[in-house]
Design a protein around this ligand. Structure first.
Ligand SMILES: [Zn+2]
Length: 84
């Protein structure tokens, strides 16, 4: 299992749910172009797109991450890429 598979299995243990409205009417989209392990989804309820890491610290734009790491966009990206 890759780290992303572990995160996915843990996060979606009861099935994929929208992080925005918590609906379970989800359609799969293409995978992330740069991080192939990240599966993208689209919510059929609110039409928001998200992926396996959206809303987790691994997404790289978490608020506390931004506070702790001034250049979080770059370092967060490097961090999540290293994890994958
Ligand atoms: Zn939704």
């Amino acid at each position: 299992m890759t780290p992303t598979e572990v995160i996915r299995a843990h996060r979606w243990s009861e099935g994929v749910r929208c992080p925005h409205c918590h609906a379970n009417q989800i359609t799969k989209q293409a995978r992330d172009e740069h991080q192939r392990a990240r599966q993208r989804y689209r919510c059929l309820e609110c039409q928001q797109k998200f992926d396996d890491l959206t809303g987790t610290v691994f997404a790289g734009h978490h608020q506390s991450l931004r506070v702790n790491m001034p250049r979080c966009k770059k370092s967060g990206q490097a961090w999540s890429t290293a994890l994958l």
